[in-house]
Design a protein around this ligand. Structure first.
Ligand code: PLP
Length: 392
């Protein structure tokens, strides 16, 4: 169906940070399948794990024990501080599981119509419940009736959440991205997540972090919340977790981890041996190659590169570039005006980028970039933005 207005290119092969089209032309990939191919394309360890698993066992169903699902769950618990994991196949599905946990948690507390606090500019997926949680009126239009039980407040506004706590007694959880991705690489002020955590603890709400885009190393820690010294009750992960093999996870700790019991939730494909083998190889590779430190280093290098190259456009009372933001390899450059055309201009330079929220150039490059690839991204994107701003 016509769900995407596609760009006029098809890729037939990938290797490291590059994709190759049908003519064999190489494109430097600064988007990584929208934060998915974090180890680059055709990563040897992931490829090996997939091949070996495919020769051994693809699928058995969740009616039986799955060894590498258990190993992956143990590893995820270890790196994130949670107690249990439910595996599924997409980001939206992981958030659906989180929403179901929150509702059931509410019913345990005798709240008949449980409400979840969500944020402006958020993105949580395209299923009916996650679309309702998503703050994009255009994406919701035509799909009404939406799902009951969500209350929206501005992002990065702790007082707005505190005010809800004073006025309502039907709230059970807060669902928030520690860094908003689709919303424009919005990074909240230091202390915001801690403030949410305190409110959640005080009012017995679950703090549910959507780390589908920001997790699995993207910001230089395993999960973005780890910059803030807090622990969520529920955490969702997808995208980079399988480096291209569909897998997602809803992780939970404490009481939240015990809410889903046999018969309350399920999935046919979720956590199958193939997907878990790929995800295990992803986590092992990030660890073995010490990539978390490298992500932080690359991110800082690229961010300061952009700040220097574009400083002329960020200064003054009415700057053409209103912000350059980044956390690890999640980088956003916000222009004053809409700039979707930059995607095609970059494509012509054999560079893959994205524009989100209308006016934010979004870069989500793979963690395996070398210095000269990072430099090429900074130089090409900066000069394209300058050219773009020079035309009315
Ligand atoms: N949550 C966040 C923060 C995302 O960035 C996305 C996808 O962009 C999703 C949820 C939905 O994930 P999926 O498209 O795999 O359903």
């Amino acid at each position: 169906m016509q769900t995407y207005a596609r760009l006029p290119v098809s890729f037939v092969r990938g290797e490291g940070a590059y994709l190759y089209d049908e003519q064999g032309e190489a494109y430097l990939d600064a988007l990584g399948g929208i934060a998915v191919c974090a180890l680059g394309h055709a990563h040897p360890a992931v490829t090996r794990a997939i091949c070996e698993q495919a020769q051994t066992l693809l699928h058995t169903s969740n009616l039986y024990g799955i060894q590498n699902q258990q190993a992956l769950a143990d590893k995820l618990c270890d790196i994130s501080g949670v107690d249990r994991v439910f595996f599924c196949n997409s980001g939206a599905e992981a958030n659906e599981a989180a929403i179901k946990i929150a509702r059931r948690y509410g019913h345990h507390r005798n709240i008949d119509i449980p409400h979840i606090v969500v944020m402006e500019n958020s993105f949580h997926g395209r299923t009916l419940a996650t679309l309702t949680a998503t703050a994009n009126r255009k994406a919701q239009q035509g799909f009404e009736p939406l799902v009951e039980g969500f209350i929206r407040v501005p992002y990065n506004d702790i007082e707005a959440v505190a005010a809800l706590a004073r006025s309502r007694d039907d709230i059970v959880a807060v669902l928030v991205e520690p860094v908003q991705g689709e919303g424009g690489i919005n990074i909240p002020s230091p202390g915001y997540l801690q403030g949410l955590k305190q409110l959640c603890e005080k009012h017995q709400w679950l703090l549910m972090l959507d780390e589908i885009q920001s997790g699995v190393g993207r910001t230089g820690r395993w999960f973005a919340f780890q910059h803030e010294n807090i622990q969520p009750d529920v955490l969702t992960s997808a995208k980079a977790l399988g480096n291209g093999v569909p897998i997602s996870a809803c992780l939970a700790r404490g009481h939240a981890a015990d809410i889903l019991q046999p018969g309350t939730h399920g999935t046919t494909f979720g956590g199958n041996p193939l997907a878990c083998a790929a995800a295990l190889a992803v986590l092992e590779s990030i660890e073995r190659d010490n990539l978390l430190a490298r992500i932080a280093e690359l991110g800082a290098y690229m961010l300061s590169g952009f700040q220097t190259a574009l400083s002329h456009y960020t200064a003054g009372a009415n700057p053409a570039i209103t912000a350059i933001r980044g956390k690890g390899l999640m980088i956003g450059i916000q222009l004053q005006r809409d700039c979707a055309d930059l995607v095609k201009l970059a494509l012509a330079q054999k560079l893959l980028i994205n524009v989100t929220a209308g006016n934010v150039v979004r870069l989500l490059p793979p963690y395996i970039l070398n210095d000269s690839e990072a430099e090429r991204i900074v130089e090409t994107v900066s000069s394209l933005i300058k050219q773009f701003l020079a035309t009315p």
